[in-house]
Design a protein around this ligand. Structure first.
Ligand code: UDX
Length: 448
């Protein structure tokens, strides 16, 4: 099939490249000419495992191309994806739909023949109706079906998520959109991925519901971790005991410093706003947001307490800055607030992240950046693991200990156990596990 992708950001790029890899003929459009030129040469600026290779092989096969001109992509396309950003609107937290609507209007002028226009961007319920109205008024002769097809890609494993999805949700307003959508995803349902057809509004709601539920699940286990600390208990074993129940499942039950990223914070807020507008508030999600916001300050209090109640003029080493591993994305990363708090309290902060330091330096210029975990440890009064990159899972603890001024390890991702760090002389603080008492090392972690 001939496919145009409007917006070559994270979601658009992954979608376009994966569809090209299925054998479709894909043209990705972006109004940033520099980006288009770079992508045309196979260069990408985001860190996503496997994406660069896939771009190069599909460019070489002639199935993928990039342009800044809608006129080169849309008229011949049987399917046009809108995958532009929907950031939080400054001031009120609603999803900002101006880019989606502008794209719909621009696309409308270039449509030719029957075309399916698919909203891939995460958009609130009712957006598909508005997109259909915009296209219709901009080009009354256009023969279009507007479809909602939300993405469920995780950064760091987006290619895999696209090629092996748990499900594909497709919201259609008319039956004639069904066949082209089924044809587009044929390679996937041959692999048994369930294709779920529903109405457009339900599809839009499903995306927000899934993200809000996952955010709630993380927040639940984070509160449970606090209770474990207060009452005595081990949150990892609680999570395992819960997760073995098929109705609950083991994933997204890993306690930590709170969720961040480009999706959960923005999508939970947008859902809360739209629900309030409809007079049907989502109170669980409202509470989830406020607990998660407060959690970052609680984490910096934990670090201060680990340092004996005072961090002024102390050196705190931070390992991991991005909102999760395997990405260079710093958006809404818990590290930002935690480090901001520590700096406010007079600490000197030295940090290292395998991929995120360039983006972090743009946000935080009063942090010193080091070249490795060991360089961070140099004369540090405490080390804090904020993001669980694999390279932090097997650090040479004896070497770290020797470099540090005082052997305090605050492990906000429960990467280590008390037993393995205590034998190197560390004082150890983790999340939701008893201090000074080892979690059963034979028990594997319950979360992903
Ligand atoms: C998320 C959704 O998973 C994806 O389906 C959607 O399309 C976009 O948003 P992503 O933002 O890439 O994907 O990150 P994800 O892996 O879901 O993690 C989100 C945040 O939750 C991270 O900050 C992570 O550290 C945190 N998290 C996740 C936990 O703290 N504990 C967990 O058990 C899982």
């Amino acid at each position: 099939m001939k496919v145009a992708i409007v917006g070559s950001g994270y979601v658009g790029l992954v979608t376009g490249v994966c569809l090209a890899d299925f054998g479709h003929e894909v043209v990705c459009v972006d109004n940033d000419q520099t980006k288009v030129d770079r992508l045309s040469r196979g260069e990408i600026s985001i860190h996503e495992p496997g994406l660069g290779e896939l771009i190069k092989s599909n460019l070489a096969a002639g199935r993928l191309s990039f342009t800044s001109a809608l006129s080169e992509a849309v008229p011949t396309a049987e399917m046009v994806f809108i995958s532009v950003g929907t950031p939080s609107r400054r001031g009120d937290g609603h999803a900002d739909l101006s880019y989606v609507y502008a794209a719909a209007e621009a696309v409308a002028g270039h449509l030719s023949g029957f075309t399916v226009v698919v909203t891939k961007s995460t958009v609130p319920v009712g957006t598909g109706d508005e997109v259909a109205r915009i296209v219709d008024s901009a080009n009354p002769d256009a023969d279009v079906e507007v479809v909602s097809n939300p993405e469920f890609l995780r950064e760091g494993s987006a290619i895999d998520d696209f090629k092996r999805p748990d499900r594909i949700v497709i919201g259609i307003a008319n039956e004639r959109a069904r066949t082209p959508m089924a044809e587009l995803y044929r390679p996937l349902y041959l692999n048994q991925a369930p294709l779920m057809f529903t109405d457009r509004r339900t599809a839009e709601l499903t995306k927000y519901a899934a993200n809000a539920f996952l955010a709630m699940k993380i927040t639940f286990i984070n509160e449970m971790a606090d209770l474990c600390e207060a009452a005595g208990g081990d949150v990892q074993q609680v999570a395992r005991g819960m997760g073995l129940d098929n109705r609950i499942g083991p994933k997204f039950l890993h306690a930590g410093p709170g969720f961040g990223g480009s999706c959960f914070p923005k999508d939970t807020l947008a859902l809360v706003k739209i629900a309030q507008d409809f007079g049907s508030p989502m109170r669980l999600v409202e509470t989830t947001i406020s607990i998660n916001d407060q959690r970052k300050a609680a984490m910096s209090r934990k670090i201060v307490a680990a340092c004996g109640g005072e961090v002024r003029r102390k050196t705190i080493g931070v390992l991991g800055l991005t909102f999760k591993p395997n990405t260079d994305d710093m958006r809404e990363a818990p590290s930002i607030d935690i480090i901001g708090d520590l700096l406010d309290k007079g600490a000197r902060v030295v940090a290292y992240d395998p991929q995120g330091m360039r983006a972090a330096a743009e946000l935080m210029d009063n942090v010193e950046y080091a070249a490795s975990a060991y360089a961070v440890a140099e004369n540090a009064d405490a080390l804090v693991i904020v993001t669980e990159w694999n390279e932090f899972r097997s650090l040479d603890l004896a070497r770290l200990r020797r470099a540090m001024a005082s052997p305090v390890l605050v492990d906000l991702r429960n990467v280590y156990s008390y037993e393995e760090v205590a034998k190197h002389g560390f004082t150890y603080f983790s999340v939701g596990r008893p201090d000074g008492q080892d979690a059963d090392p034979t028990v594997e972690t319950a979360a992903e």
